[in-house]
Design a protein around this ligand. Structure first.
Ligand code: SF4
Ligand code: SF4
Length: 317
C-alpha cells in the first residue's frame, strides 16, 4: 500500500462569515464551528449545539406534498391531512428527506470540511486583514468542542501570519486552553453569570471550571476580553454587573470588558430548529440605557470597557 500520509484533518462547521466586524479587531473571517457543551436558555444559535449537521424545517416554505413522509426511514415526517408534521425525536439526521423536498422547506445545516478548505476561504480576505488589523476568528458553538480541528485551523493561520481570535464559553479541560494559548492572539471569553446556582440554571454547567480557565489564561499572560451577554429575565440585574465588576477588577491584565446587549432569538430560528419554548428565555431586548449605565459603572471601576459609545444590539450565544 502506498503511504498517503496522515489523514486530512476535518471538522464540522455551520457557517463561514466574511467581513465580520464584531468578532475581534479589524475585518475578520469568522468560522462558526458546530458543537457546544452548554445549553444556554437564551442560545441564539440552536443549530450550533449538535456537533453533527442539524435538520432545519421552515414551515413557511412547506407545500404539504408529503414526499418527506414517504422517504424518511424513521417515520419522523407525517401528514395530518395536508399539514406536515415532524417528530424530531425520531430523526437520525440521514438527510434523505432534504433531497426530496422540492420546496426547500427542509435543509441540512452544517458541513464537514478540511482545514485546507476553511483556510482557502479565510485567505481570500488576507489583504483586508493587513490593512484593518483583522484576521480569523473561531466561534460557534464552542471552538474547543472540536479541539483537534480548531488547533489545525490555528496552526494554519499562524503559518500564514494571520491574527487569531477564539471566542469561547470557557468550558473545557485546562489543558485544551494551555495548548491553544501560543496560537491565539486574543480570547473573547464569555462570562454569562457569576452566581454559581444561576449559572447552572441558565447554562446547564458549573461556573467553577470556566472561572478557573479564565484565571489561568489571565495569569499566563494571554490577551483576554471578558464578554457578557445581557439577557432580560435572566442576568439583566445589578447583582450580575456587581459580580462582573468584582471578577474583572481581580484580573488586572484583562484586555477589556464588554457587555453585549443581545437580540432575542428570532422566531424563524425557533421554528426552523424546533426549539422547545419551555427551554427559552423570554424574548425581550435588554434596556439599552441600563446597559450604558452599567458600562459607566465598570469604567468608573477602572476597567477598559469595549462597548461602542451607544450600546448596539447584537446576536450572541
Ligand atoms: S433526516 Fe433522515 S431520519 Fe431525519 S427526518 Fe429526514 S429522512 Fe427522516
Ligand atoms: S417534502 Fe418538503 S414541502 Fe413536501 S411536505 Fe415535506 S417538508 Fe413539506
Amino acid at each position: 500500500m502506498p503511504d498517503t500520509g496522515p489523514p486530512e484533518l476535518r471538522g464540522n462547521i455551520f457557517e463561514i462569515q466574511r467581513f465580520s466586524i464584531h468578532d475581534g479587531p479589524g475585518i475578520r473571517t469568522t468560522v462558526f464551528m458546530k458543537g457546544c457543551p452548554l445549553r444556554c436558555v437564551w442560545c441564539h444559535n440552536p443549530e450550533s449545539i449538535s456537533p453533527e449537521p442539524s435538520l432545519a424545517f421552515d414551515p413557511r416554505l412547506c407545500i404539504g406534498c408529503g414526499y418527506c413522509s414517504r422517504v424518511c426511514p424513521r417515520g419522523a415526517h407525517g401528514m395530518d391531512g395536508t399539514v406536515h408534521t415532524l417528530d424530531r425525536s425520531k430523526c437520525a439526521v440521514c438527510g434523505k428527506c432534504t433531497e426530496h423536498c422540492y420546496a426547500q422547506a427542509l435543509e441540512f445545516v452544517g458541513r464537514r470540511v478540511s482545514v485546507d478548505e476553511v483556510m482557502n476561504e479565510v485567505l481570500r480576505d488576507a489583504p483586508f486583514y493587513e490593512t484593518s488589523g483583522g484576521g480569523m476568528t473561531l466561534s460557534g458553538g464552542e471552538p474547543t468542542f472540536q479541539v483537534d480541528f480548531a488547533m489545525g485551523l490555528l496552526h494554519a493561520a499562524r503559518n500564514h501570519g494571520i491574527h487569531t481570535v477564539v471566542q469561547t464559553c470557557g468550558y473545557a479541560e485546562a489543558a485544551v486552553f494551555e495548548a491553544m494559548m501560543p496560537l491565539v492572539d486574543l480570547f473573547l471569553f464569555d462570562i454569562k453569570e457569576t452566581d454559581p446556582e444561576k449559572h447552572l440554571a441558565f447554562t446547564g454547567v458549573s461556573f467553577r471550571r470556566i472561572h478557573q480557565n479564565l484565571r489561568m489564561l489571565h495569569d499566563h499572560g494571554a490577551a483576554v476580553i471578558l464578554r457578557s451577554p445581557i439577557i432580560p429575565g435572566c442576568n439583566e440585574c445589578e447583582d450580575f454587573v456587581a459580580g462582573i465588576e468584582t471578577l474583572a477588577t481581580s484580573l488586572p491584565n484583562l484586555a477589556g470588558v464588554e457587555l453585549m446587549a443581545c437580540n432575542p432569538l428570532s422566531e424563524s430560528k425557533v421554528q426552523r430548529f424546533g426549539v422547545n419554548p419551555a427551554s427559552r428565555a423570554p424574548a425581550a431586548r435588554p434596556n439599552a440605557d441600563l446597559v450604558e449605565r452599567w458600562c459607566e459603572r465598570l469604567r468608573a471601576a477602572g476597567l477598559r470597557v469595549r462597548n461602542e459609545p451607544s450600546s448596539r444590539a447584537q446576536t450572541g450565544d
